[in-house]
Design a binder for this molecule. Structure first.
Ligand code: ZN
Length: 354
């Protein structure tokens, strides 16, 4: 019987937690402060982060035609200052708070979910992004425990799709100079690789305030480690006999990709980081988060894709939407001052009949 929520074995991971958290600009909630050693890693605000004491993967099984599919939570992060901290434009923040409140959500903090899609068909095992990785603890890095629970080993993974290279997506692919999925082809868009390997990656349009040189260094190191396994793609490329299409969706990063999985007449569109919240980016697709490298391009991409999926009602999976991240996007009647239509995320009903 499949488990919705699994209490898996306790693991104690060590490593560059403080740097990784700083890279994303998130804070971890304070837990069991008395357990924190004097030399414990610290978060972006200098607060000590306790050793991993909670292992709590969430695993939701479903299917796409002949593919078995699991939505795995790799954990979550919380922006403790809510919409005022990371969402733009600043002048619209009161309106953002109103939109959240109207749907019963708190405007004073904002949770960022981290959902990893795992697929299996015959001998092919496909991971779509890899989460923060085993160097994380407490609120992130739950993928390994979840895969243990499912009974799929890292060595069983034949394909790893990389939507883009921020730490919450690439962090789990390599650790300590070693690729963690040794038998996996790692699929990435050419534009993503070119961006990070450019002499000076262009962050001039981004509102990121974190350690950009450190992030560039980490991503380049990851790509150096992954190099023997990399398969470089262009927009529209397909793998798995056409069952997986890699679609360019730029703006969040240059080579940000979304993925369509199709089998036996069923599809799922994985929208990666087109939305970091289940209310805000749908309410007004022109609202954006500081993590976007090129916000205006990200907004244009979001408007284009949302218009399509709101018309087709295709089943959607979101990396940062509330776990398990499955649902549809519907149009809202009202148009915004910029003429753009708003949308609404509607989560799918849970099913446990597999
Ligand atoms: Zn992300």
């Amino acid at each position: 019987m499949d488990k919705l929520q699994s209490e898996a074995s306790r693991r104690h991971f060590i490593g560059g937690l403080g740097a990784a958290i700083g890279t994303l600009g998130l804070t971890a909630p304070a837990l069991c402060a008395k357990q924190v050693a004097a030399d414990a890693p610290t978060d972006a605000e200098g607060k000590a982060i306790p050793e991993k004491t909670i292992s709590n993967p969430y695993i939701y099984k479903f299917s796409i035609g002949k593919f078995e599919a699991w939505s795995i939570s790799d954990g979550y992060g919380t922006f403790t200052k809510g919409v005022s901290r990371k969402m733009r434009p600043p002048a619209d923040r009161p309106e953002m708070s109103k939109a959240l409140t109207a749907l019963g959500e708190r405007p004073d903090d904002m949770t960022l979910y981290v959902n990893i899609l795992l697929l299996r068909k015959d001998k092919e095992v496909i991971l779509v992004d890899a989460g923060f990785g085993p160097h994380q603890r407490t609120t992130w890095g739950w993928l390994a425990d979840a895969m243990d629970s499912i009974g799929i080993a890292f060595a069983d993974v034949t394909h790893a799709m990389l939507s883009h290279s921020h730490i919450d997506h690439i962090g789990g692919l390599a650790s300590g100079g070693k690729i963690l999925f040794p038998n996996a082809a790692v699929h990435v868009l050419r534009e993503e690789l070119d961006f990070w390997r450019a002499k000076e990656p262009d962050f001039s349009k981004s509102h990121r305030t974190d350690d950009i040189p450190g992030m560039i260094r980490n991503v380049r190191n990851s790509f150096d480690t992954l190099q023997p396994n990399l398969v470089i793609h262009k927009d529209g490329d397909q793998i798995l006999d056409g069952a997986m299409t890699i679609i360019s969706a730029p703006g969040h990063t240059d080579g940000h990709a979304i993925f369509r999985i199709a089998s036996e007449g069923e599809t799922l569109l994985h929208i990666s980081d087109l939305s970091h919240n289940h209310v805000l980016m749908f309410e007004n697709p022109s609202w954006f988060i500081d993590f976007d490298h090129h916000p205006q391009v990200a907004i244009a991409t979001r408007n284009k894709v949302f218009a399509e999926i709101a018309a087709t009602r295709e089943r959607i999976y979101g990396f940062h939407l509330p776990w398990p991240g499955l649902g549809v996007v519907i149009p809202k009647d009202a148009k915004h001052a910029n003429g753009r239509r708003g949308y609404q995320w509607v989560a799918a009903a849970h099913r446990w009949d597999f």
